[in-house]
Design a protein around this ligand. Sequence first.
Ligand code: DAH
Length: 354
Amino acid sequence: MSELDLEGYLTESLAAVASAERVAELDAIESQSKAKNSPLIAARRALGSISDETQRKERGRDIQHISDALLSAISLRREALAANEREAWLLEDALDLTEVVTSKVVFPSTRGHAHVVAQTRASLEEVFVSMGFSIEEGPEVETDWYNFEALNLPPGHPARDMYDTMYLDLGNAETVLMRTHTSPMQIHLLEAAVAKNALPIHAAIPGRCYRLDTPDARHLPVFHQVEGLVVDKGITFGDLAGVIETFTAAYFGPDIHSRLRPAYFPFTEPSAEFEITCTICRGEGCRTCSKTGWIELGGCGMIDPAVFDAVGIDSAEWSGFAFGFGIDRCAQMRHSIADMRALIENDVRFSRQF
Ligand code: DAH
């Protein structure tokens, strides 16, 4: 076969490749080019009859070029057709997931909101900010010194029995613990104020606390408190009583009052328990308040000079008061939640009510 015929074969084949619509057609062109009767194969076979070596090699190279050109055109076209075919197949196979909504409200979408305890904490913070307190936060993991000793609760002190403590397996035995109350923040803030010479302090410190208590209607092993700390010159018990009463009316409403009853806490002297009008019976007397009309909310008192001594503050110059009460208990009283365990059960039928 002459050289011209081979060129003609290439032109024809390239045209066939370009117009092929399916991969199968390309497969056919490729296998024809390799078949016995293909002009390319015939030309290769005829190489042996060219006696001049230089001419033979040249002819061999030409045949190879033509074969390469054809195969690479086939391969390019095959790629393009394969992509088209795949796309068509995908389109054909696609599922129509459009949903036709037949009734107006199929699933009413509901927006989430803050948990009732988080809401309570935020409202308490607002009340304290409006009374001129700053809001502070502190660590939940404490050392024995901050949680007990600096608060005038040395090792072996009987009042430690009030706090069933979760200890961490860190350092010496029973030295690192989950704070049992927010009162250790009194020590952190007093220390910081001494270091920065930044007294007076008017701070409210909300946060999570831990005790090894079995959950029941009024206790959770993980609960929240808010601590109050005021240190200034000439602070009296009257200031403390006034702050508690102002807070009570601001948070629970004007018909709810507070009263202080003598109590004992190692870090305050004198100490008091503060009670508020029972929010269930509004003071009439009911089962929740054991017919007294009052519900205990927390503890308070004038800062014991031993606490000032522990951080190096002169108690002849400075005086102050502190208080601490349960945020969860506030939520319980304000919303009449019979059983505190509902706060941690994550039942949306409960939580969406607030
Ligand atoms: N930390 C105490 C407790 O959890 C409550 C308390 C009592 C806090 C008296 C105070 C206070 O700041 O002065 O049992």
